[in-house]
Design a protein around this ligand. Structure first.
Ligand SMILES: NC(=O)c1ccc[n+]([C@@H]2O[C@H](COP(=O)([O-])OP(=O)(O)OC[C@H]3O[C@@H](n4cnc5c(N)ncnc54)[C@H](OP(=O)(O)O)[C@@H]3O)[C@@H](O)[C@H]2O)c1
Length: 135
């Protein structure tokens, strides 16, 4: 029983050096290696039934089918993190990116789920290990 508390989790996949994004997409977008499809499947499995909060670009990248069995909420910089999380008592809220969201919501995150993928190429969005000890 969760007694109305919000459980806050963060989930992301990173490349070998912490790569998160490239030109608005996942850096490994289109790579046929099954490890990337398996990661996407794991994301949808873990987040089923839960609340996903995401910045506008990340929110736009979440496919429409995902809305059927999870609640996807776009968050803006004007939103106050504590107030956003208080909107979902008793729910599990996944902080889904981009980096500005992970940075802002890190002090509330109770569980980090980070998958390290074999990607070793370019990126313009990066994981920051400081998020893990924020707050
Ligand atoms: N590897 C992964 O697991 C993963 C997961 C998600 C995303 N990504 C990648 O990350 C990239 C998208 O991220 P992005 O950073 O470019 O855009 P984004 O998802 O739109 O996130 C950043 C935006 O969120 C808004 N925001 C909401 N709350 C905020 C807060 N408290 N503080 C600051 N800003 C806040 C801001 O927009 P406003 O100021 O307009 O409100 C900010 O510009 C893509 O490349 C995507 O593929 C990777």
């Amino acid at each position: 029983m969760n007694e109305g508390k919000t459980i806050v989790r963060a989930m992301c996949a990173i490349g070998r050096r912490g790569q998160l994004g490239l030109r608005g997409e996942l850096p490994w977008e289109g790579d046929p290696d099954p490890v990337y499809a398996a990661d996407a499947a794991r994301f949808f499995e873990a987040t089923r039934g839960h609340v996903l909060i995401a910045g506008p670009a990340t929110r736009a990248s979440i496919p429409a089918f995902a809305e059927a069995d999870r609640e996807v909420v776009e968050i803006r910089s004007r939103d106050v993190p504590a107030e956003v999380l208080a909107r979902f008592p008793g729910r599990v809220v996944y902080v889904c990116g981009g980096p500005a969201l992970w940075a802002s919501y890190a002090p509330w995150v109770q569980h980090w789920d980070i998958t390290r993928l074999p990607y070793d190429g370019a990126a313009d969005r990066w994981f920051d290990p400081a998020w893990l000890t924020a707050g």
